[in-house]
Write a new protein. Sequence first.
Length: 291
Amino acid sequence: MKPANDSRPRGGVRLDRVLDRMARIEPSIFWPLAVLLTLAFVLGGSGRDNALAIMVIELAAIPVLALGLAQLARPGALRRVRVPMALLAAVMLTPLLQLTPLPPELWGQLPGREVAVETLRLAQVAPGWAPMSLTPEATYRSFLWLLPVAAVLVAVAALDARRRLWTVGLVLGLCAASLVLAGLQLSDRSGGGFHIYESSHSFLPVGFFANRNHQGVLMAAGAIAVGIRRRWAGVTNLGATFFVLYLYTKFFDWWWDWLPKYLFFLLLGLIAIGLLLVLQRLRGGHREARP
């Protein structure tokens, strides 16, 4: 005779065992991270005139960041990622420090305040406490733009080696989708048919982006990831070469006119060495992760 309290269904599987197995399944941050990355690729290709899409990405980053921080708060989880988390905290604190109100005596002594101080004097307006940033609204938006970056870094740090490989595979899949879209854009002679954003690059293969340079650096990063995962040294070196060239052109635009030339090339060399060390670390970590 079957006991009255037996929760076994007709199929022969006990319900309490099923519930016990479900309780043992550790919630993974991979799937929220996958949603965030997909949104960032599809909606985040342009930072101008794209406020609604950027807001969606920033809102999607908040739960990912919260879940990642909760997992890193477990005993011993933060020990192996202390350096990248410290760098991330320094980057996130930079705009917050620039938004900190300063007394007028100190604010007026900062570089670049001469015109503002003179304008207040001519207008006969007494200076008050003001943030270090001359454009606090733009600084606050910059802090919000850092939320998806922080969420991805924290989430990847909280993942195990197997799910990190899943993340690499997802990013490579999104890179391939952007490359396919770029091919369709290149085949469209009318221009703009397959382009997501209206820009001066509407006749170029830009993929999910509005700028060809962003598509180029994505392809270079994808080549590096494919080379590391497949152990193709030539592909890795090719991607790293184009990535360093891209950094050189951007740094030239940003720093060439106001940095001493020796300091410019010193920074460029240090960044190139750091990139090589990161690639070597990634190669070593991938060998350990592979069965």
